[in-house]
Structure formats: structure tokens, C-alpha cells
Design a binder for this molecule. Sequence first.
Ligand code: ADP
Ligand code: MG
Length: 553
Amino acid sequence: MATGSINVSVENIFPLIKKFLYSDHEIFLRELISNATDATTKLKHLTTIGEAKVEYGNPIIEVKIDKDAKTLTIKDQGIGMTGEEVEKYINQVAFSGAEEFLEKYKDSAKDAGIIGHFGLGFYSAFMVAEKVEILTKSYKEDSKAVRWVCDGSPEYTLEETDKSDRGTEIILHIADDSTEFLEEFRIRELLTKYNKFNQIPIKFGTKTETLPLPEGAAEDAKPETIEVDNIINNTNPAWTKSPSELKDEDYNNFYRELYPMQFEDPLFHIHLNVDYPFNLTGVLFFPKLGNNLNIEKDKIQLYQNQVFVTDEVKGIVPDFLMLLRGVIDSPDIPLNVSRSYLQADGAVKKISSYITKKVADKMVSLINDNREDYEKKWNDIKIVIEYGMISEDKFYEKSDKFALYPTTDGTYYLWNDLIEKIKPTQTDKDGKTVILYANNADEQHSYIESAKEKGYEVLLLDSPIVPHLIQKLEASKENVSFARVDADHINNLIKKDEPKISKLNDSDKETLKKQIEESINDQKFTVQLEDLDSTDAPFTLTQPEFFRRMKDM
Ligand code: ADP
Ligand code: MG
């Protein structure tokens, strides 16, 4: 028997990385900016703990296009690298300096927000560049700047160079098939997509700013303009702050920062903030349902340490919350892996059930804090809540505290209050409490009126998923059944009032009933004559409940 180690050569692995590591070539920019951000964060950390004896200052990351030279440059003022470090971190594919850093500074840096993970990100540069140059100078005293050049083959050159300032410059010589990344609009688009909330300011070009006129300036004085750095990101988005720092207005502004085309304020926000058993922050919004709801485009966005990962959150966020908007940020969400991996990931599964619980808790506090406001918004949020009740047991279990059951008259009941109210009057011969509901107030108007005449409460349950919700409630609540207001079941209820004396005697009624039945000529309907004194409908037609429901499902 022989044992040995498989020798993976870079020659084999390079084309693989190029082709398969990322399905989307554009993410190279996210990766390089993440590295620049990490390099800056590391420097901040090292200066804080006194290990780096340099001024941290206000470092920025700069992205530059040089169309003539066909280069795209990402420049940072972070820790930089010595020659040995370049050999160690860059030349060793799949060795992550980020992971090493976290391992070394385990206790102090665990919440520093380091993005890197797998030691593969840097090589994504070769998806779009035919040659990559690194110019770098370490923060360490007496370190010499170095220049590393590689054309995507396993050979590279490393030499000393002139660079006086600390930090790293990654120069991509863009390949002919990737010239789109030399276009300003394309780079701006990518920066907006992935780095809108990056931790470190990112400069992309300059912009003109108009200075205010000095006091007492002449009326025809021209205001002075200056060129300033064009910083594309907000380094301090709402979800990184504490809820106590934020007012409703701040949340609304953040909502529009996320979805600039949304003009309507969201109904509610939910600020997520947890550090055990995993790290997760975020803000979710209940949007106002309406014409401008763009579910396709404006979705929940997933971030890792303020870097955009994806807005394909199916499997991470429970289905019923897909109608919400907002941001979820977790360092435990792997940046560069496939969707199927994401969904199978243990941390991701826990995130999903945590979010469900958190949303349920928030609904309880919203209804308790301002019942009136909550009732007003119920119509807009009910679809999410009802869908959640059907699909997530954890959510359903708590829903008695926040799910409302509105009547056609606009009274909103919580479950227990509803049952307490109707039990004495709406119990059938089998002892079941029967909840009457309408799903179309206009079409079922006369049935609703006649049920109300009899002293019954009629709920208005008009979401498309109501048949499923009813099924769920009937299966889990004891001694309760639902009957649509036009179903024949209503005739089995024990009436509250003694029946009034009808003007017709029994045989007249029989005759009349027969006549009506003959003229309708449909076995599915039951005819019932009403007390002619008290209702504007002389008789009602009802159908078996099961037949109704079959049609609705
Ligand atoms: P990861 O970020 O997952 O660690 P990468 O392949 O993206 O892996 O980068 C490899 C390593 O190279 C980093 O961990 C870091 O040590 C080093 N590095 C990359 N870019 C820079 C930079 N701009 N400044 C300093 N070090 C860098
Ligand atoms: Mg990286």
C-alpha cells in the first residue's frame, strides 16, 4: 500500500479559479475593495492596541480608471505588505491573511469586521485582467516598498520599488474581453451595488461643490466652486447603529437610501441586533402595499460586514418575509460561495429561524404599543402575517398575540377575544364555536346583513390565502369551525333570540320554499325563508361550506 499527498499545482488551479470561482466576473471589484477595507481595518486595530506606531488618520480607498493605459486601480492606505508578506499572502493561493489575522488577534479583533475568509478573493482579479501589479509598502518601520507583477501564469516577479506612502495599490491591466470595466458608469454601478455601505470611505473621481457666498457679498457675485473627493458610500448605515440613536425619520431616510425609487414611507421597521449564537444585524421594513411595490427589484439585501453579497435571499429569509424589504448583515454569511451552499449552511438556517422569532416578537410589541395604529395598518400587513402563520409553526404559535380578525364592521379582534365574544351566540348543535366570515363584502352583502340581524359577528377575511389559514386554525384550535356567511352551516347555529313569529304559517312557508327552489333549480343551494319583519332579504340561498372552500382553494 502506498500513501502520499496529492500535488495540486498552480498551473491546474489557475484556470479553474478563473472560470468557476465566481459566476459573475464583476465581483472582482468587490473582492479587491474588501481586501483594501480589511487592510485599513487591520491598521486601525493595530494602532488601537498600540502594535502599529503610526498615525491612523482618515484613510480612504480610491478607485481610478486610466482609459489610455487600460488600467483600473484600487488604492488603499492600510497596513500594506512587506516583500515576505507578498510571498506569503499573495503567492500562496488559498492562504487567507484575513483568517490568519483573526486567529492571531482572536480576542481583540473578533468584532473588527474583517471581511476576507478563504484566501481566494485576490485572484478574482484575473477574471478581468491580463496582468496584475501590486505596489505596496508596509506600515512597519524601515520596510521597503515592493512591486509584484503577474500575468496570470504561475510566474511572477517581485522587486523593490519606489513608493513613499503606506498602503497598497492594485493595478489591473484590463483584458480585451473586459473593457466594460474601464467605463466610468459601469464602475460606479458596481460601487453602488456592492459598496454603498462600505466601512471605509471610497473615492471615485471628484465632484464640484458650490461654496456659500460670504456674508455681505455683492448681489451679482458668482459663488465659488471647488473640486472635492467624490465619496460614493455611507460608512455608517442605520443598521450599524443602536436603535436608541434612531428616530422613525432616520429609518425612513435609510429606507429611501436603500430604495431610492420608493416614495412611500414604510409601515413598520424591525431593527435586528443579535450577537449570540451568531452575529446578525439589520433593519427590515414592512412596505406599504400598492402600485409602486416592486417586489422583483426592491428586495431584502444580504450584507457581510457592510459588503453587499446578494439580494437572492430565498432560503435564508423565511418565505413569508420575502415581501419585506431591508438589510440583513452577518459576518457569518460566507461571501463567495454558491447559493445552494448558502442554503445548506447551518449558520444560515439558524438565521432564518431567528428572524422569524424576531419578527413575531416585534409584532407583539407593535400591537401593544399602539393598537390603533396597528389596526390601521393591518390591511397592508395581513398578507405577510397570514402567510407566516401558515408556513412557519414558530410564528403561528405566537400569532394569537398579534394576528387580527376584523369584522365587516371594522372591529378588530385578537383570537381569544373573538372566541369569548361569539361563544355564547355562535355555537352549533355539536358544541363547536362557529366563526362566520365573508371573503367579499360586496358580493356577500345580503348574507352579512342577515347574519348581523341575527346577532352574529361576521369576519371579513379576504386575503387569497384565507382558505389555508382557516384550515390551519381549524386543525389547531379546539372546538372551532369556520363557516362562510353564505354557507348552509349557519342554519345549525343556536339562535340568540327566540325566533320571531312569521306572518306565514308553516304550510305557506313550505309552498313558498318549493316555488323558490323550483325556480332556482340547482341542488347545490339550500333555500331558507327569513323573518319578513326584520330583514330586507325575504329568503337566503346557502351552499355547503365544503363546496365553497373547494372553489376558493
Ligand atoms: P482573503 O481576503 O480571503 O484573506 P485574498 O485572496 O482576498 O484572501 O487576499 C489574500 C491576502 O492578501 C489577504 O488576506 C491579505 O493578507 C493580503 N492582501 C490582499 N490585498 C491586500 C491589500 N490591499 N493590503 C494588504 N494586504 C492585502
Ligand atoms: Mg479577500
